[in-house]
Design a protein around this ligand. Structure first.
Ligand code: HEM
Length: 141
């Protein structure tokens, strides 16, 4: 992939589009769960943003593996890349905890998310921003 001057940048641009869509939609929903934008009902907002975040996730992961495959033997030893994968794993575990837990009762929430949903929303915010920071730092190690 590195042989083609256009392919790697094109894949990296799609990687960036993927995580902007993913993290942008997740952050908007997390901020709503933490109490911002109370005029917007939580369930319809989630019904809009969760499919969008899934699309971004699939694009970011797919393009990420292509970027990785272009220089796997070096990138795998990169401490920023290793930290990024750990944060990504933690962010995904947090998604499972949220959806297997408090989100199963979203019908009963009304305008205020319960403490458990706020806790996973705050963890989500910190972890996904952490993945972005670690991703950007890959180029410096
Ligand atoms: C889904 C969550 C992900 C997010 C939020 C994310 C975020 C980022 C960010 C912010 C960058 C820096 C972009 C730049 O400097 O222009 C980056 C680069 C990179 N990402 Fe990801 N990434 C994700 C998933 C992955 C996965 C799963 C892999 C591979 C297994 C991966 C592999 C890479 C590589 C190799 C680079 C370095 C590209 C370069 O510097 O040339 N990413 N990522």
């Amino acid at each position: 992939m590195r042989a083609s001057p256009a392919l790697y940048p094109a894949v990296e641009i799609l990687h960036i589009v993927g995580f902007v869509v993913l993290v942008g939609s997740i952050l908007a929903l997390d901020l709503r769960l933490l109490g911002l934008g109370r005029a917007i009902a939580i369930k319809p907002m989630a019904q809009l943003l969760l499919p969008v975040s899934r699309f971004g996730f699939v694009l970011a992961i797919g393009m990420g593996f292509l970027l990785f495959s272009a220089d796997a033997s070096h990138v795998v030893k990169n401490p920023a890349f290793q930290a990024k994968l750990l944060l990504l794993a933690a962010a995904l575990i947090n998604v499972v905890i949220a959806h297997a837990g408090s989100w199963r009762h979203v019908e009963r929430w009304g305008d205020e998310a319960p403490a458990a949903a706020k806790a996973t929303a705050l963890a989500s915010l910190v972890l996904w921003l952490g993945v972005i920071c670690a991703g950007r730092l890959i180029a410096y190690f």
